[in-house]
Design a protein around this ligand. Structure first.
Ligand code: NAP
Length: 357
């Protein structure tokens, strides 16, 4: 594969970074969005298209001639597989900065024939994405008995991402307070960690147990006996707003302002910081050692753009096989870690000493 990479939503928080990293690497980048002037103004864009993903003809025109389409438009949990299908129909590979299992399942439930020859990669962001990929670096240094993962911090949230945040609930996304133990999801096992200090996280934080579908796949893939997965918040602002929204159970749009405002208050109170920490303990009595991977960034949304751009480059280079995949399950964690280590958005990357695959 070679040629143009299309970035739908390339003028957004995630998309701008995708366009920047791809154009700096010498790729021709087509930017799409509803507002043509905004698309044209994106630094690094070699061409711009006015396209609303709700209009099939415009989406087809945008995808035609692209080798890969990267989707950074949303809300992802409403868009599902719409952009992926248009990309594949136009003979382009596909990368989604979000999507999660709900989008991948929508595509594979009625898989288009092109998927036999082309790759489609979902969840190529930070969470989901790096949250399931980086812990795989811990597997090279021997078996893991227990794996604890903490992801979160304090960053602004766009209105569009707020919709996705509000929609991240229900069994297709994961189980609150659950743990993975001996091959099964065990509900009501963990309690929130309030006002704790965690390595790599700034100040005291609150860590909420949420066993995501990504974490379950990771636990099964690594064969760990126990996995605890936490979403980390800098303050109570976001947990309070999300709890209120989910209790109200009305249209998510009613709560978007409150989510955006809660994230803004976090940044005003605590600054902008975000971390991924995965801590592996060896199986009891195995004589192995504990190890960890730790990443810090100033902005999880922008860093998602780095991950999506890196995935697009992997597709172009033929490093991703045909079919639908989650980024965490198909990208090489060592290669992605090398990209992250060189990126200015990563303020710290501590890797375990392991032998690359
Ligand atoms: N996996 C992760 O960790 C992760 C992290 C961050 C974000 N995300 C996901 O990435 C997506 C983008 O988030 P963001 O914060 O970058 O949003 P954003 O700043 O609002 O940007 C969204 C972009 O999409 C375009 N867009 C919106 N609706 C569109 C439509 N109907 N047709 C075509 N283009 C459209 C917008 O441009 P116009 O207004 O001009 O159309 C804009 O450029 C969200 O789905 C979010 O959930 C995932």
């Amino acid at each position: 594969m070679s040629g143009v990479i299309g970035v739908l939503g390339g003028a957004g928080t995630v998309g701008r970074v995708v366009v920047d990293r791809l154009s700096r690497a010498g790729h021709a980048v087509r930017v799409g969005g509803r507002d043509l002037d905004r698309a044209r103004a994106v630094a690094g864009a070699s061409e711009a298209f006015a396209v609303d993903l709700g209009e099939p003809d415009a989406l087809t025109a945008f995808s035609s001639g692209c080798s890969v389409v990267v989707n950074c438009a949303g809300p992802s949990y409403r868009v599902l597989d719409v952009v992926a299908r248009a990309a594949l129909r136009a003979d382009a590979g596909y990368v989604d900065a979000a999507g999660d299992a709900v989008a991948l399942d929508a595509l594979t439930a009625d898989a288009p024939p092109e998927l036999q020859a082309l790759p489609a990669v979902f969840s190529a962001g930070l969470m989901p994405g790096l949250s399931g990929l980086l812990p795989r670096l811990l597997a090279g240094a021997g078996p893991i008995g227990r794996l604890d993962i903490y992801v979160g911090g304090s960053v602004e949230i766009s209105r569009l991402s707020a919709v996705d945040t509000l929609m991240t609930r229900g069994p297709r996304f994961g189980h609150a307070l659950a743990v993975w133990r001996d091959g099964a999801v065990v509900g009501h096992s963990l309690t929130p960690l309030r006002s704790v200090s965690l390595p790599g996280f700034q100040g005291r934080v609150h860590a909420w147990p949420f066993l995501s579908t990504e974490a379950v796949s990771l636990a099964a893939a690594l064969g760990v006996a126990e996995l605890r997965n936490y979403t980390v918040y800098a303050t109570q602002n976001l947990p309070d707003v999300l709890a209120e929204a989910w209790a109200a159970d009305g249209p998510v749009e009613e709560h978007v302002d409150a989510v955006v405002d809660a994230a803004r208050r976090d940044v005003a109170e605590c600054g902008r910081h975000y971390a991924v920490l995965a801590h592996a303990r060896p199986p009891a009595g195995s004589g192995g050692t504990s190890r960890r991977v730790l990443l810090r960034t100033t902005d999880s949304y922008e860093l998602s753009g780095v991950v999506a751009a890196s995935a697009a480059v992997d597709l172009l280079a033929g490093r991703v096989p045909p079919g639908a995949h989650h980024a965490a399950e198909v990208l090489d964690p060592h290669r992605t870690a090398a990209v992250l280590a060189a990126d200015p958005l990563v303020t710290m990357l501590e890797l375990p000493e392991v032998t690359p695959r």
